[in-house]
Design a protein around this ligand. Structure first.
Ligand SMILES: Nc1ncnc2c1ncn2[C@@H]1O[C@H](COP(=O)(O)OP(=O)(O)OP(=O)(O)O)[C@@H](O)[C@H]1O
Ligand SMILES: [Mg+2]
Length: 45
């Protein structure tokens, strides 16, 4: 796997927590050309 310090992972998990536990409506905006955040929501690769 590549490097990284968990920016994308933390963003996703915080958003997921707010949506799931706090019932907030969350919009994830992925500006990274790598699109790791978008891909993390795919059910299959
Ligand atoms: N808390 C954690 N424990 C273990 N592994 C983690 C944790 N957070 C992230 N990772 C792993 O570390 C790797 C890099 O995480 P992530 O993609 O979130 O980093 P990033 O900072 O967004 O990287 P980039 O700068 O390339 O976008 C991934 O393989 C991810 O699964
Ligand atoms: Mg990232």
């Amino acid at each position: 796997m590549k490097g990284g310090v968990g920016k994308t992972t933390l963003t996703k998990e915080l958003g997921y927590f707010m949506a799931d536990s706090k019932k907030k409506k969350i919009l994830f905006i992925d500006l990274d050309p790598q699109s790791n955040l978008t891909q993390s929501f795919f059910l299959t690769y």
